[in-house]
Design a protein around this ligand. Structure first.
Ligand code: IMP
Length: 182
């Protein structure tokens, strides 16, 4: 694992290794696989941009071939904090009516994005909606929203890597890093 990462004048230190991440991805995948047993053509919805790496690993690990994969895009963050205002940038193109849906997100912070997304999705009348997230910051919640599947519950600190960005950068890092405290 690399040591420190500097981006936009901020320093980040190693937090979760790739191996540790993949171990939890496998656990979450097996929970989802067993909950979707008997489901016909479930739809996995990857929330862009941050969840693309987690979703790629998770969906392959779940191993249900009879599934559809779709993408939505929401934004609420500027720099290292939430604006509190959630915007949908790209909507759903897959038909989810009557289907089991699993939303795949990188991180639940205030929960505002998750609540808005589920609200939007329910208008398309899916059979069921589940929510999987790589990271959850329960202490930052402003909504009381609780994801169905969580790879890691973490303290309310800013994180980068494995898909998560700072101003669009450093999503490519294999490992997850946390902002260095003084
Ligand atoms: P929420 O609406 O406050 O729950 O925020 C969800 C979105 O904020 C996530 O999809 C991320 O894009 C972004 N976000 C929240 N915390 C972090 C972080 O620690 N690092 C990078 N992005 C974050």
């Amino acid at each position: 694992m690399d040591n420190k990462v500097k981006v936009n004048g901020l320093t980040f230190v190693p937090y979760l290794t790739r191996d540790k991440i993949l171990e939890q991805v496998k656990r979450v995948a097996s929970e989802i696989r067993s909950d979707l047993e008997g489901s016909s053509e479930p739809v996995f919805i990857c929330v862009l941009n941050g969840a693309f790496i987690f979703a790629a690993d998770l969906i392959r690990e779940i191993g249900i071939n009879d599934c559809k994969i779709a993408f939505v895009r929401y934004a609420s963050y500027e720099g290292t904090s939430s604006t509190g205002h959630v915007r949908q940038l790209t909507g759903l193109t897959e038909d989810v009516e009557g289907r089991d849906v699993v939303i795949i997100e990188d991180i639940v912070d205030t929960g505002l994005t998750a609540v808005k997304m589920i609200d939007d999705l329910k208008k398309a009348q899916p059979k069921s909606v589940r929510f999987a997230t790589l990271l959850h910051k329960p202490e930052s919640s402003r909504t009381g929203f609780k994801p169905d599947y969580v790879a890691f519950a973490i303290p309310p600190k800013f994180i980068i890597g494995y898909g998560l960005d700072l101003d669009g950068k450093v999503r490519n890092l294999h490992d997850i890093y946390v902002i260095e405290e003084d």
